[in-house]
Design a protein around this ligand. Structure first.
Ligand code: SF4
Length: 654
């Protein structure tokens, strides 16, 4: 039996690491011990040391349970503070021995002795985007301290595939490129890891909660028929596989980990499949028919069953604890007190003192109450082809098939104005078949011009208006995935400049990255027309961010007047400087005093808006205060008029 460590670097991401979930299934099949971790690597070492220490102390004196002081123990190992050592010592005849072990393990961590005694036989590290480069490299480098043999560090995923040479150069460890779709990639056996079902239990081992965690994940095709230059798919999955059945995996997941609400398919170009009708049939067979609903399964029952089977104790201890405490919060007065007493008796009140045996022991006593109070609210199910569908392949036949499943949202990319007509046709077809929730990625900063981003966004707003549908637009900044610019987050497309890219990001920061359906909001955020869009792009950043304040106080008009007062040649120079987005006086290179003065204001405004001593700051504070008072007054007025009308009705009824 080998000790297998699965690591995901400590970045925030939406979806669980599917590759690691399959690798977890693989190693459990081989009878290995598997642990998943995502978070600070030093904390991981501290946690492992404390777990080992607790076992040791309990073996010395069966009557002491330092589990209750686990957080203090963690702090002591981390910081080595003397007063914590004194507080930790229990009432025991074995105190001298206990003290020795506490000090030993504290030094074991603080003097990095763990490096000399690695306990993991193999570590797998998943990788994702280029902008997670630093954290990914840190995780790989740290993992070298944890494995017995660094040849057993296996790195895979998107980043490891597209930048494998660079990663190897940086870490000294070669990466696995592409899929795990062949036998004998890691061991001498015939198992094809990519075809295995996902092990959902590992997600309950970590504190991080993936925003999209209640779904069946999978693929029903692999690869893509195209080779877009900004995309890594054709490198990772060079062959297009038309149909991969999902039903058996769906059944396995449902039986072992409980039913999931949604179906999230990560196919890269599902419409390119000649077996698309079969794919839709199988989706329906998995219970995702139009208007299908879902009720959460009995999570406590699943957790206890899996504890009994011995599948991932860490995960299911944590899950059972969470569910029992969910129940405790649901109960009232008397029953709550009864459960509280029971949990106290079995030391299940604190996470640190929970044991598998006690969870299994108390389950029969709480089973029926849990079943009575668990969440049984019925919810709509959704199917999401998360990577989007290829707008060039949408036709009446496939959109009709898509409309037979609860697709929400329908994701379509609109990457270039050259697809304008087919994009509009596709959206109109979707509406014809009653698919009314759409999501749209818009690539910018590639070969497009800034005005084309505006045009595409406006087309979406107009389509929402005329077809009465919802399209959420997500502008995505192009960033090369290979070549000399792969780590340069400041990459600029041919027609873009630093200020414009920054201005678009500033607008999107306000809208949290997406552009919704509201026409008036869009026209305010991006401008009523292209001319106004460019005016916004040239504005000082705080003017974009705090649009209303600067407009209402007349600052925006004043700035615009000044901007337009330059003659043609000076204006060209002014624009050139603004486009660099460098307003610090050191980088100014104009000899024209008026230009210098104008540009310096960009720097000054950005600085002053955050400086409590500045005029702008004070003015803005007063404005915000007045605005919030206005809002309160409006709400009060509404509440007042509502209660008056209720009173009137009562009077009339009388
Ligand atoms: S169509 Fe989509 S998945 Fe296929 S290569 Fe282009 S971007 Fe990648």
């Amino acid at each position: 039996m080998r000790n297998i460590l699965l690591l995901e670097p400590d970045y925030k991401n939406k979806y669980p690491p599917l590759g690691l979930m399959k690798i977890a299934t693989y190693h459990r099949m081989l009878g290995d011990k598997v642990k998943f971790y995502k978070g600070d690597m030093k904390q991981f070492v501290i946690n492992s040391i404390v777990d080992e220490l607790l076992l040791k102390l309990h073996a010395i004196d069966k009557t002491i349970f330092l589990n209750k002081k686990k957080s203090m123990l963690l702090e002591y190992i981390k910081t080595g503070k003397q007063h914590l050592l004194e507080e930790l010592l229990p009432k025991s005849n074995f105190n001298p021995t206990i003290k020795t072990w506490l000090i030993y393990y504290k030094d074991y961590y603080r003097e990095k002795k763990y490096v000399n005694k690695p306990k993991w036989d193999r570590a797998y590290i998943t990788t994702l985007f280029t902008f997670h480069w630093k954290k990914t490299i840190e995780t790989i480098m740290f993992s070298k301290n944890l494995v017995k043999d660094t040849k057993q560090i296996k790195i895979g995923g998107v980043l490891a595939t597209v930048l494998s040479d660079e990663m190897e150069k940086e870490t000294g460890i070669s990466t696995h490129k592409g899929l795990l779709n062949k036998p004998e990639i890691f061991d001498n056996n015939n198992i094809i890891i990519d075809e295995l079902p996902l092990d959902y239990s590992i997600l309950d081992e970590i504190n991080y909660k993936y925003p999209e965690n209640n779904a069946y994940y999978g693929y029903m095709t692999r690869g893509c028929i195209r080779k877009c230059k900004f995309c890594a798919v054709w490198k990772i999955e060079p062959t297009f596989n038309q149909f991969i059945s999902y039903f058996d995996k769906f059944k396995y997941i449902k039986e072992n980990f409980g039913d999931k609400r949604n179906l999230l398919l990560l196919d890269n170009n599902v419409l390119a499949s000649k077996k698309f009708p079969d794919i839709i049939d199988e989706i329906k067979k998995c219970g995702f028919t139009k208007n299908a609903t879902f009720i959460e399964p009995n999570h406590l029952d699943i957790a206890i069953k899996n504890l009994k089977k011995g599948i991932n104790d860490n995960a299911y201890i944590s899950k059972s604890f969470e569910q029992i405490h969910y129940l405790l919060n649901k109960l009232n007065n008397r029953s709550q007190q009864d459960l509280y007493n029971l949990l106290d008796e079995y030391e299940l009140l604190e996470k640190h003192s929970v044991t598998k045996q006690n969870l299994i022991k108390i389950y029969p006593f709480i089973k029926n109450t849990y079943e009575k109070y668990r969440n049984k609210i019925s919810k709509r199910r959704n199917v999401d082809f998360n990577q989007g569908v290829d707008v060039r392949l949408i036709n009446e036949e496939n959109i009709k098939l898509l409309s037979e499943i609860p697709i929400k949202p329908l994701r379509i990319a609109f990457d270039s104005m050259k697809y304008k007509d087919i994009y509009i046709k596709a959206v109109t077809l979707a509406k014809k078949y009653d698919i009314t929730h759409l999501s749209n990625y818009l690539l910018y900063n590639e070969t497009d011009k800034p005005e084309e981003l505006y045009q595409r966004l406006k087309i979406n707003i107009m389509l929402c208006d005329s077809l009465k549908i919802n399209i959420y637009s997500f502008p995505m900044k192009y960033h090369p995935i290979n070549g000399g610019n792969y780590l340069d987050r400041n990459y600029l497309g041919k027609f873009w400049n630093r200020k414009f890219v920054r201005a678009v990001q500033t607008i999107l920061n306000v809208t949290k990255g997406k552009v919704g359906v509201g026409k008036s909001f869009f026209l305010k955020a991006f401008g009523k027309n292209q001319k106004e869009f460019f005016k916004i792009l040239y504005m000082p950043e705080p003017y974009i961010l705090y649009r209303y304040f600067f407009e209402e106080k007349g600052h925006t008009d004043k700035w615009w007047e000044e901007f337009n007062s330059f003659n043609i040649s000076d204006k060209r120079n002014v624009k050139k400087i603004i486009e660099t987005n460098e307003f610090n006086h050191f980088s100014l290179n104009s000899k024209n005093e008026t230009i210098m003065k104008f540009i310096k204001k960009y720097y000054k405004i950005s600085r002053d808006i955050n400086n409590p001593k500045s005029r702008f700051y004070k003015e803005k504070q007063a404005y915000d205060k007045a605005e919030s008072q206005n809002l309160k007054n409006k709400i009060m007025k509404k509440v007042h008029s509502k209660s008056n009308s209720t009173n009137t009705k009562t009077c009339l009824a009388d």
